[in-house]
Ligand binder design. Structure first.
Ligand code: BJW
Ligand code: ZN
Length: 250
């Protein structure tokens, strides 16, 4: 029987276009905790779905602010890992027939060289007013403050430029992602639990359009079960292996 790595390499070799969907697991080997692991230590006492929601921010803006400032520092200290770099190499190989769709709010893909990137859940480096939407540039004081700063335009509170539970994803980004997974010959999914919608629908949209799906995850989750191939392993190891197999003479 064909090994999963060989099967995945064969699918990619035969593909003219590639979509990649990433989640927090891709940044785990860079030391950025996955979303469901981000509640370690002090944060273990809080429900992530409350911290990452407008309701949670309304209830305790200072608590949510401190959580984001701590995570922002973690992202800034982190470096891209071999998984991010393998994804950038795949972009170089597929050129315009490539789109990276990420749920991650870090910029590690860009720092690894990815350019054709769509962010579904925003960015932890961007800040804006929760009321009037005016952008806000973080000062060193803001970063250490126990509370979010006030908006310079209207005085309401500044919030992170991420998509919280109960909020709409950026419409254009989601439409582009959906069109890409339906049209691309292969969709490679890496490091996502498939627990959060509507991003979790994308692999099924690809399968529904009779496209192939490769899932890279050390755990076997709902997407691995439905995928054409499941590469069971860490993305920082499995993706470079896949790339090496692809670049080797057939
Ligand atoms: C490794 C690894 C290694 C570890 N290598 N892998 C349909 C059904 C039910 C509910 C809903 C539904 N549609 C919408 C909802 C509601 C809700 C939702 O999905 N809830 C679920 C809990 C069920 N969705 C929403 O609210 C969305 N908005 C929306 O639908 O708007 C329309 C609407 C509005 C109002 C009313 C009704 C509808 C918005 C979702 C926004 C998600 N935002 C967050 C926070 C961003 C900011 C922040 O970071 O703080 O995005 S939540 C969090 O989850 C974050 C992530 O991007 C997202 C996905 O998580 P991800 O990336 O999969 O990470 P983990 O931690 O879950 O998994 C890590 C994986 O990595 C695991 O599988 C590991 O095994 C693996 N791994 N090491 C490879 N080395
Ligand atoms: Zn404002």
């Amino acid at each position: 029987m064909e090994q999963p790595l060989d099967e995945a390499a064969r699918l990619l070799r035969g593909a003219g276009s590639l979509a990649i969907l990433t989640g927090a697991g891709v940044s785990a080997e860079s030391g950025v905790p996955t979303f469901r692991d981000a509640q370690t230590g002090f944060w273990a006492r809080f429900d992530p779905e409350t911290l990452a929601s407008p309701r949670g921010f309304d209830a305790d803006p200072g608590l949510v602010w401190r959580w984001y400032m701590e995570r922002l520092r973690g992202v800034e200290r982190a470096e891209p890992n071999p998984g991010h770099r393998a994804i950038a190499r795949l972009e170089a190989r597929f050129g315009e027939e490539f789109l990276l769709i990420t749920q991650n709010v870090d910029d590690l893909h860009e720092r690894a060289g990815s350019r054709r990137v769509v962010h579904l859940h925003g960015s932890i480096a961007r800040y804006l007013c929760r009321r009037c939407g005016a952008p806000h540039v973080l000062t060193p004081t803001d970063r250490e403050a126990p509370h979010p700063p006030p908006c310079a335009a209207c005085g309401d509170l500044v919030r992170p430029g991420v998509v919280w539970f109960g909020e709409m994803l950026p419409v254009e980004a989601l439409q582009r992602a959906d069109a890409w997974v339906r049209a691309a010959d292969v969709t490679l999914v890496a490091g996502t639990s498939g627990a959060v919608y509507p991003a979790a629908d994308l692999p099924y949209a690809a399968l529904g359009a009779s496209r192939s799906v490769i899932d890279v995850n050390p755990e076997r989750g709902p997407i691995s079960a439905a995928a054409t191939v499941h590469l069971q392993g860490r993305s920082g190891e499995a993706l470079p292996q896949l790339l090496a197999r692809l670049e080797a003479p057939a």
